[in-house]
Design a protein around this ligand. Structure first.
Ligand code: CAA
Length: 258
């Protein structure tokens, strides 16, 4: 597979791991890094042998935001014509379950990309924020929307308007993160969680992810109807028959992802 300059990519069993690797800029998300993350993630998404993707950074920083030095000299026409940051929409559109394993700074675009992931596992050292206002701009990779849906208007307005950072205690209390773990255990817990998810039936996992994601897009009645039809559709899966048979027969299921 491809070689990358701003990330490293590896695979452990059915889990794909993407590590942001621009330490000189605290993993700031420049366009090259974004293109690499999306290319690597889409390759994993297309691979039926991969059932979960972990996205992580360094101990010091998941990512300290979009690359301010790359943005500084651009004008409106530049960012409008190139549809600056729209590449990241492709990360949000992945079908494979994604886990952000966040240690250190997850600011601006870093917080936004972490929030695109299905689970967000945070180290005790994690710090979240949307400091764009301090630069005279606003979030641009979905922060105003995903943060508000995740933690509500009161906290989202507080963070987006003041640019302050939120520690992991506040982030967990607010509902931003799935779990908080000691910093030294972050990757182990993320890998263990990813391995569990990847051991499930892949088409069932796609359906589960899609159904929960639908809750952010639609009304309750339409969402429940969508869930019900999708639930019914899982009865066409060999894995659904196997999963229920295994329970009845008191054995572990042998999912074939079909
Ligand atoms: N873009 C470009 N470079 C960055 C960066 C960023 N977002 N964040 C950090 N860096 C660089 C620094 O410039 C520095 O490089 P040099 O050594 O060449 O000067 C290096 O990374 C280390 O950073 P610091 O020396 O600043 O480290 P620190 O420990 O003193 O501070 C920090 C850490 C508080 C995270 C600080 O770096 C910081 O405030 N970074 C910017 C955070 C920010 O504003 N993010 C939002 C970006 S805008 C955005 O994301 C838009 C969007 O929604 C799409």
């Amino acid at each position: 597979s491809a070689t990358y300059e701003n990330i490293t990519v590896r695979r452990e069993g059915r889990v794909g791991v993407i590590t942001l690797d621009r330490p000189e800029a605290l993993n700031a998300l420049n366009l090259a890094l974004g293109a690499e993350v999306v290319a690597a993630a889409e390759e994993m998404d297309a691979d039926r042998g991969i059932g979960a993707i972990v996205l992580t950074g360094s101990e010091r920083a998941f990512a300290a935001g979009a690359d301010i030095k790359e943005m500084a000299s651009r004008g409106y026409a530049d960012v409008a014509l190139e549809d600056f940051f729209s590449t990241w929409d492709r990360f949000a559109a992945l079908r494979t379950p994604t886990i952000a394993a966040v240690s250190g700074y997850a600011l601006g675009g870093g917080c936004e990309v972490a929030m695109m992931c299905d689970l967000l596992i945070a180290a005790e050292s994690a710090k979240f924020g949307q400091p764009e206002i301090t630069l005279g701009t606003i979030p641009g990779i979905g922060g105003s929307q995903r943060l508000t849906r995740a933690i509500g208007k009161a906290k989202a307005m507080d963070l987006v308007l003041t640019g302050r950072m939120m520690d992991v205690t506040e982030a967990e209390r607010s509902g931003l993160v799935s779990r908080v773990v000691p910093t030294a255990e972050l990757l182990d817990v993320a890998m263990e969680t990813a391995t569990t998810i990847a051991s499930m039936s892949l088409p069932a996992a796609y359906a589960a992810k899609e159904a929960v994601a639908e809750a952010f897009e639609t009304t309750l009645t339409a969402g429940v109807r969508f869930e019900r039809r999708t639930f019914h559709a899982t009865f066409a899966l060999a894995d659904r028959a196997e999963g229920m048979a295994a329970f009845v027969e008191k054995r572990r299921p042998d999912f074939t992802h079909s």
